[in-house]
Design a protein around this ligand. Sequence first.
Ligand code: HH2
Length: 275
Amino acid sequence: MVMGVLNVTPDSFSDGGRYLDPDRAVEHGLDMAAAGADVVDVGGESSRPGASPVPEAEERARVLPVIAALAPHVRVSVDTCKAAVAEAALAAGASLVNDISASPELWRLAASAGAGYVVVHMQGTPATMQRDPRYEDVVGEVFGFLAARAAQAEAEGVREVWVDPGIGFGKTPAHNLRLLRELPRVVAAGRPVLVGTSRKGFLGLLAAREGAPPPPPDERLAASLASAVWAMACGASMVRVHDVAATVQAAVLVGATRLGEVRGAPQPAVDGARP
Ligand code: HH2
C-alpha cells in the first residue's frame, strides 16, 4: 500500500508552503488518491529536524477542513502528536492516527473511535533529535520499542496497529541503513510495517556525487523509489511517500514479481512477452 504525504504547513522539509491553502491541499490529496494512494496522510505541523511546535488551534485550523473534504473519497490518516487535534481529526473523518510521539493518550483516542494507530519510533523531539543521536544497538532498541508500544496499544483496544521505525527521527544515516537492512526482522514480528524514507536527508547524502552538494528534496526521486522498493521487498505493508504515482508503479512491480505473474493476465502471454 502507498500512503501519500500531504503537509498543510509552511515549513515542511519537502512540500512546505505548497499546500497551505486548503483548496490546493484538497486538490493535491484527490490527485494522490487518483494516482493510487491507499491513504492520504494529512499533517499540520512539520517534524523536520529543528522544526518549532505549532499551537494547537493553528494545527486544527490547517488540517480539519482538508480532512473533512478528503475523507469521503479516500482513507485519511492524521499526522499529529496532539490529542485534541487527533480527536477532532477522527470526528472529521480520519480513520488512522499517525503519531510520531507514540503516546498512550493518542492510541486511546484511536481505540475509542475504532480507528487504526501507527506507532512510530523517535529518539528525542524534532527540535533536537538530529543532534548526535546515539544507540547501543539501534535495531534492538527501535524494534523492541515498537513491539512494546504496539502491544500496549492493542491491550488498550486498538485493533489495527501499525509499526514504523521512524527513519530520520533521531537517527544518523548509518542508523537508518541498519534499520532498513534489518526490516525483515520487524516484519517477522507479525504487525503491519509502515516505512517513510521519501526524499529524506540521508537519501540526499547517499545520492550526492563526489564533491557536489546533496540533491535537494525534490531531486531525490530515484533514491526514494529505491528505498521504497527495498522496504516493500522486505515485507513492509505500506510506504509513506511524496511521489505517489511513481511509487504505485514500483509497488505494482514488487507485487507482481512476488507473485511471479501479472494479475488477471493469462500466463502464456506473459511468458511469451518480449523482454
Ligand atoms: N516522516 C515524516 C512525518 N511523519 N510519519 C510516519 N509514520 N513515518 C515517517 O517516516 C514520517 C511521518 C517527515 O516527513 P514529511 O511529513 O514529509 O516532512 P515534515 O515533517 O517536514 O512535514
